[in-house]
Design a protein around this ligand. Structure first.
Ligand code: MN
Length: 413
């Protein structure tokens, strides 16, 4: 068991096995940081202590407003930084009881503001949960042919919008748009009446590739820096009217919420699991062997304006049919290049049970099965004043690694 000299509350997401990366702001000061328990550790101040000496880092690499330049140094360097932090923060480690260390290296998490930690160039959203695709196909098309013919042969996805991805805690404005109410002959304009969440994980690209080159399934992990928790807010009524034939547009691009921490892929190593059996066998460029899924427990709570909390979903990232390596191989097989800081989201992660579905659309089955809230009210979709609060964590014996908050409160117009 790795023990720190910093107090770590029980069930904290931020044990010494984690060492996530983020960017905090305090007044005009911005810096990269990690977190142990409820303590934010300033990596620029760590640099000054000398714990990263011999790594040849630029002196101000951590005194920046995004992690892109750090991530671009490559996995060898970023892993070394992570390991050095882990050792220095251990009980008896270099930073323990070191009276020469400036105590400003440590900050209380409540006293700083976590900001969007990466400059996201491009964002892609996949649709890789078989249970989710089956549920949606059953509701909107034909239960006998719920999956479209391509679905079992390729990781379906679309290009989303990076400009509206916001960090946890940012308020979400209910989108206006065009909808075609059932029974109506003309579309109407107004606030969406079917605002929904999508429970997803996203991965951050760690290396640039050249236009024209591809990433193979077997090499894809080298291009994944780490993972974040992701809420792909969706306006179902707008989506239903606009999505044919080119797919999601204004129903999706008004906002997506991410957790402030990037969990490096190395921290998730103990939680690898085998993915679902893939039949029919994928084409050779998509074939994947070994444990390429991750056992990450997921939950979604709706918190009402008055603070009543209802857990509406419990799911797991391990249910994904197409894994991240297959998604990345497919994304680049045509020569599409990727860049450091690009974000690729999994698609809604639904499990096999009705309480493991990753959206209100599925949990309430198109509004036919409302969820009872603790205050006696009902939800089919998200109301103004509601906060959608997602969590993700891995646990194995004493090893616990979590993702922090992915929260967004919905406001009206
Ligand atoms: Mn989505």
């Amino acid at each position: 068991m790795k023990e720190s000299f910093i107090y770590i509350p029980e069930d904290s997401d931020f044990t010494l096995y984690n060492i996530p990366f983020g960017i905090f702001r305090k007044g005009d000061y911005y810096a990269a940081c990690t977190r142990v328990g409820d303590t934010i550790v300033d990596l620029h101040m760590c640099m000054i202590t000398g714990i990263f000496d011999e790594l040849g880092l630029e002196g101000d690499i951590f005194k920046r407003k995004t992690l892109n330049d750090f991530i671009a140094l490559g996995k060898k360097v970023t892993s070394d930084v992570r390991i050095r932090l882990q050792r220095a923060l251990e009980k008896g480690g270099y930073l323990d009881n070191n009276i020469f260390i400036d105590q400003e290296i440590y900050l209380i998490s409540d006293n700083v503001q976590m900001i969007l930690p990466i400059r996201i160039g491009d964002y892609t959203d996949f649709y890789s949960s078989r249970e989710h695709a089956t549920n949606v196909g059953t509701m909107f098309r034909d239960p006998e042919n719920a999956l479209l013919p391509n679905w079992l042969h390729l990781p379906v996805g679309y290009h989303g919008r990076a400009s509206s991805i916001v960090v946890s805690g940012t308020e979400i404005h209910r989108p206006n748009g065009q909808t075609m109410p059932v029974g109506s002959l003309k579309p109407v304009f107004g606030p969406s009446k079917q605002l929904d969440f999508e429970l997803e994980m996203a991965f951050v690209i760690g290396n640039n590739t050249e236009l024209g080159s591809s990433i193979s399934v077997s090499n894809a992990e080298n291009y994944i820096f780490g993972l974040m928790l992701f809420n792909d807010w969706s306006a179902r009524d707008i989506q239903k009217w606009e999505y044919v034939p080119l797919g999601p547009f204004l129903a999706k691009n008004f906002a997506s919420t991410i957790s402030p921490w990037i969990i490096p892929l190395e921290a998730l190593e103990p939680f690898r699991v085998q993915g679902p059996d893939q039949q029919p066998e994928p084409l050779p460029y998509l074939k994947s062997d070994g444990q390429k899924n991750y056992d990450i427990q997921l939950s979604v709570d709706i918190i009402t304006k008055l603070g009543d909390v209802k857990r509406v979903s419990v799911s797991n990232f391990k249910y994904m049919y197409w894994n991240m390596n297959q998604q990345l191989a497919h994304h680049t097989v045509n020569g599409c290049n990727v860049r450091v800081g690009d974000l690729m989201a999994s698609g809604t992660i639904s499990g096999p049970e009705p309480d493991s579905y990753g959206s209100m659309l599925e949990l309430c089955w198109k509004g036919t099965k409302p969820i009872a809230m603790p205050d006696g009210s009902e939800r089919k979709f998200i109301l103004d004043g509601d906060t959608v609060s997602m969590r993700a964590w891995c646990g194995k014996g004493d090893i616990r690694v979590g993702f922090g908050e992915c929260d967004g409160k919905v406001t009206g117009h």
